[in-house]
Design a protein around this ligand. Structure first.
Ligand SMILES: [Fe+2]
Length: 347
């Protein structure tokens, strides 16, 4: 019915634009696209949209919205129809109301995550081969969003059945599948049945052909856990650690560098001056075949969170950003997650 193409840009609420600029621009190498009194628009080298990160000055930090690009103008109307049918809060923004964007649909997903959808977008000069401009962590492009919601199964059902996303990988809170049979690449039909009966702890969902555009994890929510940007290589990620330490921002390094078992990504998690969390990562994989069932991980598999077995810090489990109501601009209240037994550790 419609085609969501990809992750496009995020708006973070921040309390101090100068402090944010020192972190994102001076230390990490994001490019300044446009500056206003209360907003800073930033981008990266490989991107062609005008920007991928908006920093908006507010009194309380958090998430403004997560934006997706769609294939055609009529896709926006089709998504609005879903919002209407599912009783979700939504509104239209006129062309130009957002810098560089055409008509935009703003809506709250079933858990309250604020989403924007647009088709028309202003482009800018492609900087992929302007190696003379490469700085900082040499971050190339925005890649994905990761959210916490109280009911991961509900999110999986909505994003796959109503919005056309495909699951690439998932975490089951039950160690052993509830239906008998061996999980094998040679028997995809069985894997599709297993995910239908598993207690979903987390699910990775994609539209573009890599591991994810949006991930949903069971947790206090709705909250934004992090936004992921794709780096040139593993060395860029290691260099980011050296640079942050050199300029006195060592406290912004929260987790990593390391490799995830789930997604195979090489990762580094950072907290910006307002504690919004970003991930710089590389090394996931091509995923084009939508008949491929999602890869199943047990929540107690030590290699899942970090392939080398290290546990994430407590803050990584417990802290996340509140999200904004698309009509009032207030931060939404949260609910506790569904609880599936007592895993030895969770991601
Ligand atoms: Fe991520």
């Amino acid at each position: 019915m419609f085609n969501i193409l990809r992750t496009a840009h995020v708006e973070f609420r921040v309390t101090d634009l100068d402090a944010s600029k020192r972190f994102y621009v001076d230390a990490l190498g994001f490019i300044i696209i446009h500056e206003e009194k209360d907003r800073l628009y930033l981008g990266c080298y490989e991107e062609r949209d005008l920007y991928s990160l908006v920093l908006r000055k507010t009194e309380k930090p958090g998430l403004g919205h997560l934006a997706f690009k769609v294939e055609s103008e009529s896709d926006l109307d089709a998504i609005a129809k879903v919002a209407q049918e599912d009783g979700l809060k939504h509104k239209w923004m006129n062309k130009g109301e957002k810098l560089g964007m055409g008509r935009t649909l703003a809506m709250q997903d079933p858990h309250g995550i604020p989403l924007h959808f647009f088709y028309e977008v202003e482009r800018r000069e492609w900087l992929l081969q302007r190696y003379d401009l490469y700085r900082g962590a040499r971050i190339q492009r925005i890649d994905h969003y990761n959210c916490q919601v109280p009911d991961c199964r509900r999110a999986y059902e909505w994003y796959t059945k109503r919005m056309g996303f495909h699951g690439s990988e998932y975490t089951a809170a039950n160690d052993v599948p509830k239906i008998p049979g061996e999980l094998s690449a040679k028997n995809p039909a069985h894997a599709w049945k297993v995910i239908e009966t598993d207690d979903l702890w987390a699910t990775w969902l994609h539209r573009k052909p890599n591991v994810h555009d949006i991930a949903m994890m069971n947790g206090i929510g709705p909250r934004l856990h992090h936004v992921g940007w794709w780096a040139y290589d593993r060395l860029s990620i290691l260099d980011a650690c050296d640079m942050l330490a050199s300029v006195g921002m060592v406290d912004s390094i929260e987790r990593g560098p390391g490799r995830h078992g789930l997604s195979n990504a090489f990762f580094l998690y950072l907290r910006d001056p307002d504690k919004n969390r970003i991930e710089i990562y590389c090394g996931d994989y091509l995923l084009t075949d939508w008949d491929m069932p999602p890869v199943r991980w047990s929540i107690n598999d030590k290699r899942r969170a970090t392939f080398w077995g290290h546990l994430p810090p407590k803050s990584w489990f417990e802290e996340a950003s509140l999200v904004e109501d698309i009509t009032t601009g207030d931060l939404l209240s949260t609910s506790d997650p569904k609880f599936f037994g007592k895993p030895s550790f969770v991601i």
